[in-house]
Write a protein that binds this ligand. Structure first.
Ligand code: NA7
Length: 540
């Protein structure tokens, strides 16, 4: 245990996490007049952006300036974004600026891991213990611990014996990592691997890409923002915010009425061609709205991207290995900045692990079944996360009667509205399973969930309720609603971190609320009906 501050104290709200959601939680609950204390394992604010400092890390959604907080118009006025797909370091600089402007750091304790979260029925308070020996209590706990924060580590024979440098993209060192003159293996071709590979290839002697699943990736279409772009975004900010709130994904977009099935295949391919040139999320925002539900529409988009891969990647054998065979969009859509072109470099080699699996690692190489020994100096693990539920389970709160979340969540992540759990009164999840989470513009989603929780807390105080938790029936109905929406789409048909398939032993089902904006109507409606679905206990 590190030597520590060993604080004690009683707070209204304890917040776990100092990333985008945790930062907003500190601000929001403080504004409500509540006493708050937040904890984060990192040395400063930023969460995901603090940890994921790998080369090539960028916003990979509709991008700047709309991946941002909306609660303060000053921020929009004051902050100058340089590019549409901002680099990780720029997002971090923005978050540091927000922390300073709103003096958030004074209520966040860094380099501190929460290890115990335990409910005491007698006092209706949670006790929170940390690795530094702190022991504080709180009436409310906010788990803003990140949907993508527990790294997924591969477990190949001999991997521990590899004596070279090893880095996970999700926990990248603060110090400069040099690729100069090195032979680097990158394992994983999700968003992180696909962003990192072209950057590493520019410097390293040799890059061996260890690919388990070939992916669809779309041009990021990154461009510099001019002063005129920024001024226009500022002028339209009120309108844009309203548009974001109305959009199913929380994006600055009017919504998409186009269905692929209303067009001929020729027309569709011409439309995709146009979108490919623009890049960014236009493929999803302005593509066709039935790609995730209709096999025909999906095949049309998939074929287009496969054609593009063949067009860009010069070596046909490599292009063959890069052909994805799942439904496009049913794994997290990826934006690339030179990924496909990287395979035209002499120093990039692709190993298709489905055909040529890893047998073992040695001190200085990775050995695969058919191509044999690949000598390497560095291993970059872009192997993703135990997503959505992983970090919450690591916190393993103990609720009523000492019941542990690990015991409640063996087969399903039972919850109500993706925010609350039976037997865990007054504990709230941000971007948890059962919420839109990663399917929504995450800063905006965090603000909206926090707004709902704040009103719930006011309701509890006004009515003399000391504790509130959902009923088993409301959890079951919510779970069915989430599944009902997901099962009408192609998403559950594909192995992905959305379905938990990337982590051995994890329940395999699609746990996110795909209804997007409908989610916020649903939770507002539940609030309007005096929080129907909850049981309340008077303040003791
Ligand atoms: P992802 O999207 O989960 O990608 C992880 C990649 O690592 C993916 O290609 C995996 O293959 C691969 N992987 C995972 N475990 C292994 C093992 N054991 N062996 C070989 N390959 C493996 O994580 P990212 O960090 O790229 O992206 C996460 C999110 O961060 C992203 O969606 C953005 O929202 C930001 P698989 O596909 O599982 O077969």
């Amino acid at each position: 245990m590190p030597s520590g501050s060993e604080q004690t104290g009683n707070y209204d709200v304890v917040i776990i996490g100092g990333g985008v959601s945790g930062m907003y939680a500190v601000h929001h609950f403080r504004e409500m007049g509540l006493s708050v204390r937040a904890y984060d394992g990192a040395s400063d604010v930023g969460g995901t952006w603090w940890y994921n400092r790998y080369p090539g890390a960028r916003v990979d959604g509709p991008g700047s300036p709309y991946y941002c907080f909306t609660f303060s118009d000053d921020l929009m006025e004051e902050w100058d974004w340089d590019e549409t797909q901002s680099e990780g370091k720029d997002v971090l600089a923005y978050l540091e600026y927000v922390a300073s402007k709103f003096d958030l750091r004074k209520d966040i304790q860094f380099e501190t891991w929460v290890e115990d979260v335990e409910y005491d029925e007698a006092t209706q308070r949670w006790t929170i213990g940390t690795n530094r020996g702190d022991r504080v209590t709180a009436r409310f706990v906010i788990c803003a611990s990140g949907a993508l924060s527990t790294q997924n580590m591969p477990n190949y024979e001999g991997i521990q014996d590899f004596a070279g440098e090893v880095y996970h993209t999700g926990n990248w060192p603060r110090e400069e990592v040099s690729f100069e003159g090195k032979r680097v293996a990158v394992m994983g071709t999700g968003s992180s691997g696909i962003q990192a590979i072209p950057e590493i290839a520019k410097i390293a002697d040799h890059v061996t890409v260890l690919q388990r699943t070939a992916q669809f990736a779309f041009p990021a279409g990154n461009r510099s923002l001019t002063e005129e772009d920024r001024q226009n975004a500022r002028k339209a900010w009120e309108e844009t915010k309203a548009m974001m709130v109305a959009h199913p994904g929380g994006f600055p977009h009017k919504g998409n009425e186009l269905a692929a099935l209303d067009f001929t295949e020729e027309e569709r391919q011409a439309h995709f061609e146009k979108l490919w040139k623009i890049g960014s999320f236009h493929f999803f925002l302005n593509g066709y709205n039935d790609v995730a539900t209709s096999e025909e529409a999906n095949a049309s988009m998939s074929n287009f991207v496969r054609g593009k891969i063949r067009e860009i990647v010069k070596d046909p054998e490599t292009a063959d290995k890069l052909m994805p065979d799942h439904y496009v969009m049913t794994k997290r859509p990826i934006l690339e900045n030179g990924y496909w072109h990287a395979y035209n470099r002499d120093n990039v080699e692709l190993v298709d692990l489905r055909e040529d699996g890893i047998e073992r690692f040695t001190e200085n190489s990775v050995v695969t079944a058919t191509s044999g020994e690949h000598p390497i100096d560095m291993l970059v693990l872009a192997t993703g996360f135990d997503a959505i539920s992983g970090t919450l389970l690591k916190l393993n709160p103990k609720g009523r009667g000492g019941v542990s979340l690990k015991d409640r969540w063996t087969e399903r992540f039972h919850n109500f509205m993706g925010m609350t759990i039976k037997d865990f009164p007054n504990l709230f999840m941000i971007h948890g399973p059962g919420s839109p989470g990663v399917f929504y513009n995450m800063p905006l989603g965090a603000e909206r969930q926090m707004g709902w929780i704040g009103e719930f807390i006011q309701f509890l105080e006004k009515n003399g309720h000391g504790a509130a938790e959902p009923t088993a029936e409301s959890e079951e109905a919510w779970g069915n609603e989430v599944q009902g929406i997901a099962n009408a789409t192609l998403f559950p048909k594909t192995d992905s971190w959305w379905t938990g398939a990337n982590v051995e032993g994890k329940p395999r089902y699609f746990s996110a609320y795909l209804g997007g904006g409908i989610y916020y109507m649903r939770i507002a409606d539940i609030a309007a009906r005096d929080y129907d679905g909850y049981t309340f206990e008077p303040t003791k």
